[in-house]
Write a protein of this length. Structure first.
Length: 222
């Protein structure tokens, strides 16, 4: 197989190609006074437009030295308490959040040329609520949680296969099996930014910032 010329490949790609992406108009003066209703509307529009896996998001945390980490996780919900996701408290992200309870989220829905960014403090839900969140999910999600040991060193793929098989059997036999380290985390937003792409590169960026008197809305240069 011939080697790939990465730079040539990058130059051949397009962003928001016609027929793939539709860039709707966004008038920020019509935006609601708080960010959650706008997020909910944009999320629903991304689903209706056929965006693949619109509930996936980038989650950024920092370790004890301030070095950043980022990964893709799934959104479990968004309400007045914040944007939520799940993980093990003993995982890398769980340990980082215990030491530095702050995070940033980023959603990207290219079918509409939209991004949403969230920054804020992170809290862990009580164990009962975390377990209820886990058991409301699929058998596969429970099996993955029961497999545990997230971010630990794995000796071999065969070791993972055996542990996963045992976890699947347990999840099918007892759908209420607890996973003690599984935790539902919530990001309480201090800032939420909505980005709407524009074909002429006049992108609209609307930022919400929490103040002592509620939410402040500001437009940003693209």
């Amino acid at each position: 197989m011939a080697p790939t010329d990465l730079h040539e490949l990058l130059r051949s790609l397009r962003v928001w190609a016609p027929g793939v992406t539709e860039l709707p108009a966004f008038d920020p003066t019509t935006a609601p006074p708080t960010p959650l209703p706008l997020f909910t509307a944009w999320f629903a529009e991304a689903v209706a437009a056929g965006q693949v896996e619109p509930h996936t998001m980038s989650l950024a945390t920092a370790d004890e030295d301030g070095h950043p980490d980022v990964r893709i996780v799934m959104l479990h919900g968004a309400d007045a308490d914040g944007w939520s996701f799940g993980s093990h408290s003993i995982s890398r992200k769980g340990r980082q959040l215990a030491g530095r309870p702050h995070a940033a989220l980023a959603f990207y829905w290219p079918v509409l040329g939209r991004q949403v960014r969230v920054r804020g403090t992170v809290t862990a839900a009580p164990s009962r609520e975390s377990q209820a969140d886990l058991h409301a999910r699929s058998t596969g999600a429970l099996a993955a949680a029961l497999t545990g040991r997230q971010s630990e060193v794995l000796e071999s793929v065969e070791e993972l296969r055996r542990a996963s098989q045992e976890a699947w059997e347990q999840a099918r036999a007892d759908p209420a099996s607890p996973s003690p380290t599984w935790t539902l985390y919530r990001v309480r937003p201090e800032e939420v930014e909505f980005f709407q792409g524009d074909s002429e590169r006049r992108h609209v960026r609307l930022a919400y910032r929490r103040t002592g008197f509620g939410w402040e809305r500001t437009l940003l240069w693209p």
